[in-house]
Ligand binder design. Structure first.
Ligand code: PMV
Length: 307
């Protein structure tokens, strides 16, 4: 049996504006991962994909239109292999529909598992392109940031349609990831922003420009180790996201709770409408802010060091 995996991710800056060509920053969550195990099955059984978490089991032939079957099919095509007699079992520690990249990570793990079955590997750029095809099935018009960060497993400065720029982190920093417990509504919020932008592009373009500038400043601060500058940039990014209309009362409550408890900055992360928020914290305030998030209604709080 072979096991492969891929990490979750958080968008630090630039969600939504990234769909309109502005830069965004995202980092992997190396400790929160999706896994795929692959093992041989009896001759003639074909490929079965199973998910214990989602209580799903289907063969490639049965489910041509499911995202994961699509991932398996396009990976086999890329490998130039025919359907193996095998079982791929998926499990994931990444909360589903939380803006943490669970869909992209599961797809990436499946792609890696199938390649490993044939003693092959898929390089990050190629894997990312395959996962992007599946992301389109899930999300409609994804920018491509999720598949990129999940497949490269590196911090990325991402501009749609350009080769992703990997960047370095001079000083590690601590993030708390607070889950509203409400599903993230990426497809809907991206759709709402599009409808608003089509009706009256100017205010939207102004907000996208502002967010794009914040992403650039944040990259510089992270590369320079100027972690203190990041908190105010997160708060400023959150203001623009609220003006775009993609925050929610639950997200706002967690963000307010985190700030009042001493977070250096806080914002929603991902599509919004629900899902997760992130708070930048010092080591000394970490537990206080964590408690405040739970108090403010977080269903779960993850702690991750970005390094
Ligand atoms: O909700 P997530 O983590 O899939 O992030 C969506 C990010 C958006 O910028 C809102 C959409 C996109 O495709 O980039």
């Amino acid at each position: 049996m072979i096991t492969t995996s891929a990490p979750g991710k958080v968008i630090l800056f630039g969600e939504h504006a990234v769909v309109y060509g502005r830069p965004a920053l995202a980092v992997p969550l190396p400790d929160i991962r999706a896994y795929a195990e692959v093992e041989h099955a009896p001759p003639g059984s074909g490929l079965t994909i199973e998910s214990l978490d989602l209580k799903l089991s289907f063969t490639l032939a049965e489910a041509a239109r499911r995202g994961l079957a699509q991932m398996a099919a396009i990976t086999l095509e890329w490998l130039d292999e025919s359907e193996p007699d095998a079982v791929v079992r998926i499990s994931s520690r990444i909360p589903v529909a939380g803006g943490l990249g669970s869909g992209a990570a599961v797809s990436a793990a499946v792609g890696r598992a199938l390649a490993a079955y044939f003693d092959r590997t898929v390089p990050p750029a190629e894997l990312s392109a395959l996962v992007y095809e599946v992301e389109k099935t899930y999300h409609g018009t994804p920018s491509g940031i999720d598949n990129t960060v999940v497949c490269y497993e590196k911090p990325v400065f991402f501009v749609k349609g350009q080769i992703p720029q990997l960047f370095s982190i001079d000083q590690p920093f601590l993030l708390l990831v607070g889950d509203t417990g409400m599903p993230g509504l990426t497809r809907e919020t991206v759709g709402q922003v599009r409808v608003g932008w089509q009706a009256d592009p100017e205010p939207y373009e102004t907000l996208f420009d502002r967010i794009g500038r914040i992403s650039k400043q944040a990259r510089q601060a992270i590369e320079d180790g100027a972690v203190d500058a990041l908190g105010p940039l997160m708060d400023e990014n959150q203001r623009s996201l609220e003006l775009l209309g993609v925050s929610s009362p639950e997200l706002n409550r967690l963000i307010k709770g985190a700030r009042e408890a001493g977070a250096l900055g806080a914002k929603l992360s991902g599509g919004g409408g629900g899902g997760n928020m992130i708070a930048l914290v010092s080591k000394s305030r970490q537990m206080t802010v964590r408690d405040a998030l739970l108090q403010a209604g977080a269903s779960q709080v993850l702690t991750t060091e970005i390094r």
